[in-house]
Design a protein around this ligand. Structure first.
Ligand code: UDP
Length: 346
């Protein structure tokens, strides 16, 4: 297939691009490099010069998106391009709505007037759309009411709704599209070949921050909230390996037929608390580091872990990496080998 990957220079988009190329597909990688990196784009271009095209640009640039999609005869979109920090979204909500919702609408408008309408759209949605599910809906099924606790989560929910309306419109026009919304839980780890990894600036995610402490790059980690109603008082999340997450995208691309709209949870189905993750990083790295207790971070949900049975039964997907230490080790190995992340920074 001929796939537009938005946010391709980011953590998940770069891993998805690599897998698409490995499986023989063509990739048009679109990224404004505001948060992503040039280095993985260069690496993918070197390994697959004939099937990989990198375009530096914004989602909201309708003219550029339409002309690229027409030139490269794109038939499928994997849409990763988004701002993705819960805490930042609370501080800068309009920026999040502008980028994640308005930018995506502009891209959809460009796609809608392409010479040949796209046939498949796979959207990176989030467990943040569920907000704080009631206790009897944890693990969380896709049918859980969606009530996000942060602007970030709301941008993802709005775009799900906009995409469903767009899919209805395409069906009514007699040009159906396959729409899949993958609601990610917490993604972690790095590509097994050691080429790609997670490099955010600023880094706000739990596993990379704890690893930076283990590597001596930070002097402490703060636990955001120790008085939550959970067994050890800290938030619970479901950490899924990036390679497993990417595999779910490929299955959705290959198996969801035009005319079908589906949402699937992507998680391993087990929760780990913030304290448990920090202990795992200490075990895997063999390093002790300073852990401080801090106030709650606005926007954080209490406990979120997936019921992944729908994607297991409908797409035959299940996580291959289910051990927290193994997932942490995958992230640790990459960060240890790349102590400054990708080499495209000053
Ligand atoms: N967290 C923390 N300290 C940190 C970073 C994160 O205690 O320095 C907590 C955060 O409050 C949340 C969990 O770790 O409960 C996972 O946060 P992360 O930012 O990795 O992912 P999110 O769940 O926000 O997508």
């Amino acid at each position: 297939m001929r796939v537009l990957v938005t946010g391709a220079a980011g953590y998940i988009g770069s891993h998805a691009s690599k897998r698409l190329l490995h499986d023989g597909h063509h990739v048009l990688a679109l990224d404004d490099l505001s948060r992503g990196h040039q280095t993985p784009m260069d690496l993918l271009k070197q390994s697959h010069p004939d099937r990989f095209t990198f375009a530096h640009g914004r989602l909201g640039d309708r003219v550029k998106v339409k002309s690229l999609v027409d030139d490269l005869k794109i038939d499928t979109v994997m849409h990763f391009g988004a701002l993705a920090y819960v805490g930042e979204s609370v501080d800068r909500p309009l920026r999040y709505y502008q980028n994640n919702v308005a930018g995506a609408i502009a891209m959809l408008e460009a796609l809608d007037c392409a010479e040949s309408p796209i046939q498949r759209f796979i959207f990176s949605s989030s467990c943040a759309t569920y907000g704080d599910p009631p206790d009897d809906l944890i693990p969380v099924p896709e049918t859980c009411p969606q009530s996000p606790t942060s602007p970030y989560g709301r941008t993802k929910l709005h775009l799900e709704q906009i995409l469903m309306d767009y899919a209805d419109h395409r069906r009514a026009k007699g040009s159906p599209i396959a729409l899949t919304m993958l609601r990610y839980f917490n993604v972690a780890g790095a590509d097994s070949s050691g080429i790609l990894g997670e490099d955010h600036d600023p880094e706000t995610h739990l596993i990379p921050i704890a690893i930076q402490c283990a590597l001596g790059q930070r002097d402490h980690i703060s636990i955001f909230g120790t008085d939550y109603p959970t067994p050890d008082g800290t938030n619970i999340r479901d950490y899924v390996h990036v390679d497993d997450l990417v595999d779910a995208h490929l299955r959705a691309m290959e198996r969801i037929e035009p005319g079908r709209t589906e949402a699937f949870n992507i998680g391993i189905g087990k929760g780990a608390s913030v304290r448990e993750v920090i202990e795992a990083v200490k075990r895997v790295s063999g390093s002790d580091f300073n852990v401080q207790e801090a106030p709650r971070r606005p926007g954080d949900a209490i406990a979120l872990f997936a019921d992944p049975s729908k994607i297991q039964s409908e797409l035959g997907w299940s996580a291959q990496h289910t051990d927290l230490d193994e997932i942490v080790r995958s992230a640790y190995d990459w960060m240890k080998a790349h102590p400054k992340g990708y080499d495209d920074k000053n």
